[in-house]
Design a protein around this ligand. Structure first.
Ligand code: SDX
Length: 431
Protein backbone atom coordinates (compact mmCIF):
# COMPACT_ATOMS: atom_id res chain seq x y z
CA UNK A 1 0.00 0.00 0.00
CA UNK A 2 1.80 3.16 -1.07
CA UNK A 3 0.26 6.46 -2.01
CA UNK A 4 3.09 7.61 -4.26
CA UNK A 5 5.28 6.15 -7.03
CA UNK A 6 8.26 7.93 -5.40
CA UNK A 7 10.94 5.62 -4.04
CA UNK A 8 14.15 5.90 -2.01
CA UNK A 9 17.23 3.97 -3.10
CA UNK A 10 19.43 2.26 -0.52
CA UNK A 11 22.80 1.09 -1.86
CA UNK A 12 25.57 -0.85 -0.11
CA UNK A 13 27.96 -3.71 -0.90
CA UNK A 14 27.29 -3.19 -4.59
CA UNK A 15 23.52 -3.76 -4.13
CA UNK A 16 20.65 -1.29 -4.51
CA UNK A 17 17.19 -1.51 -3.00
CA UNK A 18 14.19 0.60 -3.97
CA UNK A 19 12.05 1.49 -0.95
CA UNK A 20 8.53 2.91 -1.40
CA UNK A 21 7.77 6.35 0.07
CA UNK A 22 4.62 7.80 1.62
CA UNK A 23 3.50 11.41 1.21
CA UNK A 24 1.99 12.86 4.43
CA UNK A 25 -0.68 15.56 4.55
CA UNK A 26 1.85 17.45 6.71
CA UNK A 27 5.36 16.82 7.98
CA UNK A 28 8.30 14.82 6.60
CA UNK A 29 7.93 12.21 3.86
CA UNK A 30 8.26 8.62 5.06
CA UNK A 31 10.37 5.77 3.68
CA UNK A 32 8.58 2.44 4.03
CA UNK A 33 11.16 -0.01 5.41
CA UNK A 34 8.72 -2.79 6.32
CA UNK A 35 10.24 -5.11 3.69
CA UNK A 36 13.85 -3.92 4.13
CA UNK A 37 15.02 -6.85 6.25
CA UNK A 38 13.33 -9.36 3.92
CA UNK A 39 14.89 -7.77 0.84
CA UNK A 40 18.28 -6.57 2.09
CA UNK A 41 18.90 -8.62 5.24
CA UNK A 42 19.66 -5.51 7.31
CA UNK A 43 17.96 -3.66 10.20
CA UNK A 44 17.78 0.10 10.73
CA UNK A 45 19.06 1.47 14.07
CA UNK A 46 17.11 4.14 15.95
CA UNK A 47 16.95 3.40 19.72
CA UNK A 48 15.27 6.67 20.71
CA UNK A 49 13.03 6.64 17.62
CA UNK A 50 14.34 10.08 16.67
CA UNK A 51 13.88 9.35 12.94
CA UNK A 52 11.21 6.67 13.04
CA UNK A 53 7.48 6.87 12.27
CA UNK A 54 5.90 4.10 14.32
CA UNK A 55 2.41 4.40 12.84
CA UNK A 56 0.08 6.05 10.36
CA UNK A 57 -2.08 8.47 12.34
CA UNK A 58 -4.65 11.21 11.72
CA UNK A 59 -5.08 12.51 15.28
CA UNK A 60 -2.36 15.02 16.23
CA UNK A 61 0.29 16.80 14.20
CA UNK A 62 3.25 18.66 15.68
CA UNK A 63 5.91 20.64 13.83
CA UNK A 64 8.97 21.01 16.05
CA UNK A 65 10.62 23.78 14.04
CA UNK A 66 7.52 25.93 13.65
CA UNK A 67 6.09 25.17 17.10
CA UNK A 68 2.80 23.91 15.66
CA UNK A 69 0.37 21.57 17.46
CA UNK A 70 -2.86 20.55 15.70
CA UNK A 71 -5.57 18.23 17.01
CA UNK A 72 -7.46 16.87 14.00
CA UNK A 73 -6.23 20.00 12.18
CA UNK A 74 -7.30 22.56 14.80
CA UNK A 75 -4.45 24.67 16.35
CA UNK A 76 -3.99 24.16 20.08
CA UNK A 77 -4.20 27.88 20.89
CA UNK A 78 -7.64 28.11 19.25
CA UNK A 79 -8.86 25.02 21.11
CA UNK A 80 -7.47 26.37 24.41
CA UNK A 81 -9.23 29.71 23.99
CA UNK A 82 -12.47 28.70 22.24
CA UNK A 83 -13.18 25.07 23.18
CA UNK A 84 -13.22 23.07 26.40
CA UNK A 85 -11.78 19.75 27.50
CA UNK A 86 -14.73 17.42 26.86
CA UNK A 87 -15.29 18.94 23.40
CA UNK A 88 -11.58 18.36 22.67
CA UNK A 89 -12.05 14.78 23.93
CA UNK A 90 -14.85 14.31 21.39
CA UNK A 91 -12.68 15.80 18.64
CA UNK A 92 -9.74 13.51 19.47
CA UNK A 93 -11.92 10.41 19.74
CA UNK A 94 -14.21 10.90 16.72
CA UNK A 95 -12.27 13.23 14.42
CA UNK A 96 -14.70 16.15 14.12
CA UNK A 97 -16.02 18.91 16.38
CA UNK A 98 -19.43 17.80 17.72
CA UNK A 99 -22.79 19.37 17.05
CA UNK A 100 -24.65 20.63 20.12
CA UNK A 101 -26.66 17.42 20.29
CA UNK A 102 -23.58 15.24 19.86
CA UNK A 103 -21.72 17.17 22.56
CA UNK A 104 -24.63 16.96 24.98
CA UNK A 105 -24.92 13.20 24.43
CA UNK A 106 -21.16 12.73 24.89
CA UNK A 107 -21.08 14.81 28.07
CA UNK A 108 -24.02 12.84 29.45
CA UNK A 109 -22.33 9.51 28.68
CA UNK A 110 -19.11 10.62 30.37
CA UNK A 111 -20.94 12.09 33.36
CA UNK A 112 -22.84 8.86 33.94
CA UNK A 113 -19.62 6.81 34.08
CA UNK A 114 -17.72 8.93 36.63
CA UNK A 115 -18.35 6.66 39.63
CA UNK A 116 -16.10 3.64 40.15
CA UNK A 117 -17.25 0.21 41.41
CA UNK A 118 -17.69 0.58 45.19
CA UNK A 119 -15.54 -2.51 45.77
CA UNK A 120 -12.59 -0.64 44.19
CA UNK A 121 -12.47 1.67 47.18
CA UNK A 122 -10.76 -1.19 49.01
CA UNK A 123 -7.82 -1.04 46.59
CA UNK A 124 -6.83 2.38 47.87
CA UNK A 125 -6.76 1.12 51.46
CA UNK A 126 -4.09 -1.42 50.50
CA UNK A 127 -1.59 1.40 49.86
CA UNK A 128 0.44 3.29 52.44
CA UNK A 129 -0.94 6.77 52.98
CA UNK A 130 2.36 8.22 51.76
CA UNK A 131 2.23 6.30 48.47
CA UNK A 132 2.78 8.64 45.50
CA UNK A 133 -0.62 9.18 43.83
CA UNK A 134 0.88 7.96 40.54
CA UNK A 135 1.65 4.61 42.20
CA UNK A 136 -1.96 4.39 43.31
CA UNK A 137 -3.25 5.36 39.85
CA UNK A 138 -1.12 2.73 38.12
CA UNK A 139 -2.48 0.10 40.51
CA UNK A 140 -6.13 1.08 40.51
CA UNK A 141 -6.38 1.71 36.74
CA UNK A 142 -4.79 -1.67 36.05
CA UNK A 143 -7.26 -3.21 38.50
CA UNK A 144 -10.16 -1.89 36.39
CA UNK A 145 -9.39 -4.99 34.27
CA UNK A 146 -10.69 -7.03 37.21
CA UNK A 147 -14.00 -5.15 37.43
CA UNK A 148 -15.22 -4.13 34.01
CA UNK A 149 -15.34 -7.52 32.30
CA UNK A 150 -17.98 -6.29 29.83
CA UNK A 151 -15.48 -3.92 28.15
CA UNK A 152 -12.32 -6.00 27.84
CA UNK A 153 -12.78 -7.48 24.37
CA UNK A 154 -10.72 -5.18 22.12
CA UNK A 155 -12.18 -6.86 19.01
CA UNK A 156 -15.70 -5.65 19.85
CA UNK A 157 -16.19 -2.02 18.72
CA UNK A 158 -18.96 -1.50 21.27
CA UNK A 159 -16.77 -2.74 24.14
CA UNK A 160 -13.95 -0.47 22.89
CA UNK A 161 -16.36 2.45 23.02
CA UNK A 162 -17.54 1.62 26.54
CA UNK A 163 -13.97 1.16 27.79
CA UNK A 164 -13.01 4.53 26.24
CA UNK A 165 -15.83 6.38 27.99
CA UNK A 166 -15.17 4.60 31.29
CA UNK A 167 -11.47 5.52 31.24
CA UNK A 168 -12.08 9.18 30.41
CA UNK A 169 -14.89 9.43 32.96
CA UNK A 170 -13.29 7.57 35.85
CA UNK A 171 -9.73 8.91 35.68
CA UNK A 172 -10.55 12.15 37.55
CA UNK A 173 -12.40 10.15 40.20
CA UNK A 174 -9.43 7.81 40.66
CA UNK A 175 -6.91 10.70 40.70
CA UNK A 176 -9.00 12.60 43.26
CA UNK A 177 -9.38 9.48 45.43
CA UNK A 178 -5.60 8.92 45.29
CA UNK A 179 -5.15 12.49 46.51
CA UNK A 180 -7.78 12.24 49.26
CA UNK A 181 -6.27 8.96 50.46
CA UNK A 182 -2.79 10.50 50.61
CA UNK A 183 -4.00 13.32 52.88
CA UNK A 184 -6.23 11.17 55.07
CA UNK A 185 -9.49 12.78 54.00
CA UNK A 186 -12.64 10.86 53.02
CA UNK A 187 -13.35 10.15 49.36
CA UNK A 188 -15.75 12.56 47.66
CA UNK A 189 -18.19 11.14 45.13
CA UNK A 190 -18.53 12.74 41.70
CA UNK A 191 -21.50 15.04 41.11
CA UNK A 192 -23.52 15.03 37.91
CA UNK A 193 -24.41 18.70 38.19
CA UNK A 194 -20.77 19.80 37.77
CA UNK A 195 -18.78 19.90 34.53
CA UNK A 196 -15.66 17.77 34.13
CA UNK A 197 -13.04 20.18 35.52
CA UNK A 198 -15.29 21.49 38.30
CA UNK A 199 -16.20 17.94 39.31
CA UNK A 200 -12.51 17.02 39.59
CA UNK A 201 -11.80 20.08 41.73
CA UNK A 202 -14.81 19.29 43.92
CA UNK A 203 -13.68 15.69 44.42
CA UNK A 204 -10.20 16.94 45.37
CA UNK A 205 -10.97 19.90 47.60
CA UNK A 206 -14.42 19.51 49.14
CA UNK A 207 -14.86 18.02 52.63
CA UNK A 208 -18.02 16.72 54.33
CA UNK A 209 -17.78 19.40 57.01
CA UNK A 210 -18.68 22.28 54.74
CA UNK A 211 -19.97 23.13 51.29
CA UNK A 212 -17.22 23.65 48.69
CA UNK A 213 -17.94 26.17 45.96
CA UNK A 214 -15.84 25.72 42.84
CA UNK A 215 -14.27 29.03 41.80
CA UNK A 216 -15.24 29.40 38.12
CA UNK A 217 -11.91 31.08 37.37
CA UNK A 218 -10.04 28.12 38.84
CA UNK A 219 -12.32 25.67 37.01
CA UNK A 220 -11.60 27.44 33.71
CA UNK A 221 -7.86 27.30 34.37
CA UNK A 222 -8.15 23.60 35.28
CA UNK A 223 -10.09 22.90 32.10
CA UNK A 224 -7.46 24.73 30.05
CA UNK A 225 -4.65 22.69 31.62
CA UNK A 226 -6.54 19.49 30.76
CA UNK A 227 -7.06 20.68 27.17
CA UNK A 228 -3.36 21.50 26.75
CA UNK A 229 -2.19 18.08 27.92
CA UNK A 230 -4.74 15.94 26.08
CA UNK A 231 -2.63 14.42 23.29
CA UNK A 232 0.77 14.86 21.74
CA UNK A 233 1.50 12.55 18.78
CA UNK A 234 3.69 9.50 19.54
CA UNK A 235 5.33 10.58 22.82
CA UNK A 236 6.83 7.97 25.14
CA UNK A 237 3.66 7.15 27.10
CA UNK A 238 1.45 7.04 24.00
CA UNK A 239 3.97 4.76 22.31
CA UNK A 240 3.89 2.59 25.45
CA UNK A 241 0.11 2.31 25.21
CA UNK A 242 0.32 1.47 21.50
CA UNK A 243 2.99 -1.20 22.04
CA UNK A 244 1.17 -2.76 24.99
CA UNK A 245 -2.12 -2.75 23.06
CA UNK A 246 -0.53 -4.37 19.99
CA UNK A 247 -0.50 -7.69 21.87
CA UNK A 248 -4.28 -7.45 22.31
CA UNK A 249 -4.03 -6.69 26.03
CA UNK A 250 -7.12 -5.09 27.54
CA UNK A 251 -7.42 -1.28 27.49
CA UNK A 252 -7.26 -0.79 31.26
CA UNK A 253 -3.95 -2.67 31.55
CA UNK A 254 -2.54 -0.73 28.58
CA UNK A 255 -3.55 2.66 29.98
CA UNK A 256 -1.96 1.66 33.31
CA UNK A 257 1.27 1.06 31.34
CA UNK A 258 0.95 4.55 29.87
CA UNK A 259 0.53 6.05 33.35
CA UNK A 260 3.68 4.24 34.48
CA UNK A 261 5.70 5.65 31.56
CA UNK A 262 4.34 9.18 31.99
CA UNK A 263 5.53 9.18 35.63
CA UNK A 264 9.18 9.46 34.59
CA UNK A 265 10.85 12.87 35.26
CA UNK A 266 11.98 13.09 31.61
CA UNK A 267 8.31 12.93 30.57
CA UNK A 268 5.18 13.79 32.53
CA UNK A 269 7.00 13.71 35.87
CA UNK A 270 8.82 16.87 34.75
CA UNK A 271 6.03 19.15 35.99
CA UNK A 272 6.59 17.97 39.58
CA UNK A 273 10.39 18.00 39.11
CA UNK A 274 10.23 21.50 37.61
CA UNK A 275 8.38 23.04 40.52
CA UNK A 276 10.70 21.30 42.97
CA UNK A 277 13.62 22.76 40.99
CA UNK A 278 12.11 26.27 41.11
CA UNK A 279 11.66 25.89 44.85
CA UNK A 280 15.28 24.71 45.22
CA UNK A 281 16.51 27.72 43.22
CA UNK A 282 14.34 29.82 45.53
CA UNK A 283 15.46 33.30 44.48
CA UNK A 284 16.38 34.99 41.23
CA UNK A 285 19.98 35.56 42.32
CA UNK A 286 20.62 31.79 42.47
CA UNK A 287 19.61 31.22 38.82
CA UNK A 288 23.16 31.54 37.36
CA UNK A 289 24.36 28.73 39.66
CA UNK A 290 21.71 26.37 38.30
CA UNK A 291 22.23 27.44 34.69
CA UNK A 292 25.91 26.50 35.07
CA UNK A 293 25.00 23.14 36.60
CA UNK A 294 22.63 22.43 33.69
CA UNK A 295 25.52 23.08 31.26
CA UNK A 296 28.04 20.96 33.18
CA UNK A 297 28.42 17.58 31.47
CA UNK A 298 29.69 16.10 34.73
CA UNK A 299 26.55 17.19 36.57
CA UNK A 300 23.41 15.08 35.91
CA UNK A 301 21.27 18.12 36.74
CA UNK A 302 19.01 19.32 33.94
CA UNK A 303 16.68 22.30 33.87
CA UNK A 304 13.36 20.53 34.33
CA UNK A 305 10.64 21.95 32.13
CA UNK A 306 13.19 22.80 29.43
CA UNK A 307 13.89 21.02 26.17
CA UNK A 308 11.87 18.69 24.01
CA UNK A 309 12.52 15.83 21.64
CA UNK A 310 10.46 17.43 18.87
CA UNK A 311 9.98 21.13 19.59
CA UNK A 312 13.18 22.98 18.66
CA UNK A 313 11.64 26.43 18.50
CA UNK A 314 8.82 26.81 21.00
CA UNK A 315 6.26 24.56 22.69
CA UNK A 316 2.95 26.22 21.77
CA UNK A 317 1.38 24.86 24.92
CA UNK A 318 3.95 26.63 27.11
CA UNK A 319 2.99 29.98 25.53
CA UNK A 320 -0.68 29.43 26.43
CA UNK A 321 0.18 28.17 29.93
CA UNK A 322 2.46 31.16 30.58
CA UNK A 323 -0.48 33.47 29.75
CA UNK A 324 -2.77 31.36 31.95
CA UNK A 325 -0.29 31.49 34.81
CA UNK A 326 -0.33 35.29 34.71
CA UNK A 327 -4.15 35.39 34.54
CA UNK A 328 -4.81 32.79 37.26
CA UNK A 329 -2.26 34.11 39.72
CA UNK A 330 -3.51 37.67 39.26
CA UNK A 331 -7.16 36.63 39.63
CA UNK A 332 -6.25 34.61 42.73
CA UNK A 333 -4.30 37.55 44.08
CA UNK A 334 -0.95 35.76 44.13
CA UNK A 335 0.65 37.44 41.13
CA UNK A 336 3.74 38.18 43.21
CA UNK A 337 4.27 34.43 43.63
CA UNK A 338 8.07 34.17 44.05
CA UNK A 339 8.16 30.92 42.07
CA UNK A 340 6.57 32.67 39.09
CA UNK A 341 9.15 35.42 39.33
CA UNK A 342 11.96 32.84 39.43
CA UNK A 343 10.37 30.95 36.50
CA UNK A 344 10.08 34.05 34.32
CA UNK A 345 13.65 35.16 35.08
CA UNK A 346 14.94 31.61 34.53
CA UNK A 347 13.19 31.51 31.16
CA UNK A 348 14.69 34.90 30.23
CA UNK A 349 18.22 33.96 31.30
CA UNK A 350 18.11 30.51 29.65
CA UNK A 351 16.72 31.83 26.36
CA UNK A 352 19.63 34.26 26.14
CA UNK A 353 22.33 31.79 27.10
CA UNK A 354 24.39 30.47 24.13
CA UNK A 355 24.25 26.89 25.46
CA UNK A 356 20.45 26.81 25.50
CA UNK A 357 20.24 28.64 22.19
CA UNK A 358 22.62 26.16 20.54
CA UNK A 359 20.87 23.14 22.05
CA UNK A 360 17.48 24.71 21.20
CA UNK A 361 16.25 24.37 24.79
CA UNK A 362 13.29 26.46 25.96
CA UNK A 363 10.29 25.99 28.27
CA UNK A 364 8.03 23.04 27.45
CA UNK A 365 4.50 22.20 28.59
CA UNK A 366 5.72 21.26 32.05
CA UNK A 367 7.42 24.56 32.83
CA UNK A 368 4.40 26.68 33.71
CA UNK A 369 1.76 24.05 34.46
CA UNK A 370 3.10 23.35 37.94
CA UNK A 371 2.91 27.01 38.92
CA UNK A 372 -0.78 27.11 38.01
CA UNK A 373 -1.52 23.78 39.71
CA UNK A 374 0.19 24.95 42.90
CA UNK A 375 -1.79 28.21 42.82
CA UNK A 376 -4.99 26.16 42.49
CA UNK A 377 -4.01 24.26 45.63
CA UNK A 378 -2.48 20.97 44.45
CA UNK A 379 0.65 19.53 46.08
CA UNK A 380 3.48 18.74 43.64
CA UNK A 381 2.71 15.02 43.97
CA UNK A 382 -0.59 15.65 42.18
CA UNK A 383 0.92 17.41 39.15
CA UNK A 384 1.65 14.26 37.15
CA UNK A 385 -1.69 12.63 38.07
CA UNK A 386 -3.37 15.71 36.53
CA UNK A 387 -1.26 15.22 33.42
CA UNK A 388 -2.26 11.52 33.36
CA UNK A 389 -5.98 12.21 33.68
CA UNK A 390 -5.77 14.67 30.80
CA UNK A 391 -3.60 12.44 28.60
CA UNK A 392 -5.99 9.50 29.05
CA UNK A 393 -8.10 10.78 26.14
CA UNK A 394 -4.99 10.94 23.95
CA UNK A 395 -3.93 7.43 24.91
CA UNK A 396 -7.45 6.11 24.33
CA UNK A 397 -7.82 7.89 20.97
CA UNK A 398 -4.49 6.56 19.73
CA UNK A 399 -5.36 3.08 21.04
CA UNK A 400 -8.72 3.11 19.21
CA UNK A 401 -7.02 4.24 16.00
CA UNK A 402 -4.45 1.45 16.21
CA UNK A 403 -6.87 -1.35 17.13
CA UNK A 404 -9.17 -0.38 14.25
CA UNK A 405 -6.27 -0.42 11.75
CA UNK A 406 -6.51 -3.63 9.67
CA UNK A 407 -2.75 -3.47 9.16
CA UNK A 408 -2.08 -3.57 12.91
CA UNK A 409 0.66 -6.05 13.89
CA UNK A 410 2.18 -6.85 17.27
CA UNK A 411 5.05 -4.45 17.93
CA UNK A 412 8.29 -6.41 17.95
CA UNK A 413 11.48 -4.37 17.37
CA UNK A 414 14.77 -6.13 16.58
CA UNK A 415 18.25 -5.11 17.81
CA UNK A 416 21.87 -4.41 17.05
CA UNK A 417 23.45 -7.37 18.84
CA UNK A 418 26.99 -6.83 20.11
CA UNK A 419 27.14 -9.50 22.80
CA UNK A 420 29.15 -12.74 22.89
CA UNK A 421 28.96 -15.11 19.94
CA UNK A 422 28.21 -18.76 20.70
CA UNK A 423 30.54 -20.41 23.24
CA UNK A 424 30.46 -23.66 25.26
CA UNK A 425 29.47 -24.01 28.92
CA UNK A 426 32.44 -24.27 31.35
CA UNK A 427 32.00 -26.38 34.48
CA UNK A 428 32.52 -24.45 37.67
CA UNK A 429 35.64 -26.41 38.63
CA UNK A 430 37.27 -25.25 35.38
CA UNK A 431 36.47 -21.48 35.66
C1 SDX B 1 7.04 16.01 28.01
O1 SDX B 1 7.44 13.69 23.70
C2 SDX B 1 6.53 14.47 24.11
O2 SDX B 1 5.74 15.00 23.37
C3 SDX B 1 6.50 14.70 25.60
C4 SDX B 1 5.48 15.74 26.07
C5 SDX B 1 4.07 15.28 25.86
O3 SDX B 1 3.17 16.14 25.80
O4 SDX B 1 3.84 14.04 25.85
O5 SDX B 1 5.68 16.98 25.38
C6 SDX B 1 5.61 16.00 27.56
O6 SDX B 1 7.54 14.99 28.39
C7 SDX B 1 7.84 17.30 27.89
C8 SDX B 1 9.34 17.12 28.31
C9 SDX B 1 9.41 17.17 29.85
N1 SDX B 1 10.75 16.82 30.31
C10 SDX B 1 11.57 17.74 30.92
O7 SDX B 1 11.29 18.94 31.02
C11 SDX B 1 12.86 17.14 31.47
C12 SDX B 1 14.06 18.01 31.04
N2 SDX B 1 14.20 17.84 29.57
C13 SDX B 1 15.18 16.83 29.14
O8 SDX B 1 15.21 15.67 29.92
C14 SDX B 1 15.15 16.63 27.62
O9 SDX B 1 15.11 17.86 27.06
C15 SDX B 1 14.05 15.78 27.00
C16 SDX B 1 13.98 14.41 27.59
C17 SDX B 1 12.74 16.44 27.13
C18 SDX B 1 14.37 15.65 25.50
O10 SDX B 1 15.54 14.94 25.42
P1 SDX B 1 16.18 14.54 23.98
O11 SDX B 1 15.37 15.01 22.86
O12 SDX B 1 16.47 13.08 24.04
O13 SDX B 1 17.44 15.39 23.91
P2 SDX B 1 18.78 15.01 24.61
O14 SDX B 1 18.51 14.44 25.97
O15 SDX B 1 19.56 14.18 23.66
O16 SDX B 1 19.45 16.44 24.81
C19 SDX B 1 20.08 17.07 23.72
C20 SDX B 1 21.16 17.91 24.37
C21 SDX B 1 22.02 17.10 25.34
O17 SDX B 1 23.30 17.69 25.34
P3 SDX B 1 24.46 16.95 24.42
O18 SDX B 1 24.50 15.49 24.89
O19 SDX B 1 23.99 17.08 22.99
O20 SDX B 1 25.72 17.71 24.73
O21 SDX B 1 20.56 18.96 25.15
C22 SDX B 1 20.90 18.77 26.52
C23 SDX B 1 21.41 17.35 26.69
O22 SDX B 1 22.35 17.27 27.74
N3 SDX B 1 19.67 18.97 27.26
C24 SDX B 1 19.58 19.68 28.39
C25 SDX B 1 18.22 19.64 28.73
N4 SDX B 1 17.54 18.92 27.84
C26 SDX B 1 18.44 18.50 26.93
N5 SDX B 1 20.51 20.33 29.14
C27 SDX B 1 20.05 20.96 30.24
N6 SDX B 1 18.76 20.97 30.65
C28 SDX B 1 17.82 20.32 29.91
N7 SDX B 1 16.55 20.35 30.29
Amino acid sequence: MTDTSKTATLSFDGQSFELPMFTPTAGPEVIDIRKLYGQAGVFTYDPGFTSTASCDSTITYIDGDEGILLHRGYPIDQLASKSHFLEVCYLLLYGELPSSAQLEDFETRVTRHTMIHEQMHNFFRGFRRDAHPMATMVGVVGAMSAFYHDSLDVNDPWQREVASIRLIAKMPTIAAMAYKYSIGQPFVYPRNDLDYAANFLHMCFSVPAETYHVNPIVARAMDRILTLHADHEQNASTSTVRLASSSGANPFACIAAGIACLWGPAHGGANQACLEMLREIGTVDRIPEFIERAKDKNDPFRLMGFGHRVYKNTDPRAKVLKQSADEVLELLGVQDNPLLQVAKELEHVALNDPYFIEKKLFPNVDFYSGIILEAIGFPTSMFTPVFALSRTVGWVSQWKEMIADPQMKIGRPRQLYRGETERNYVDIENR
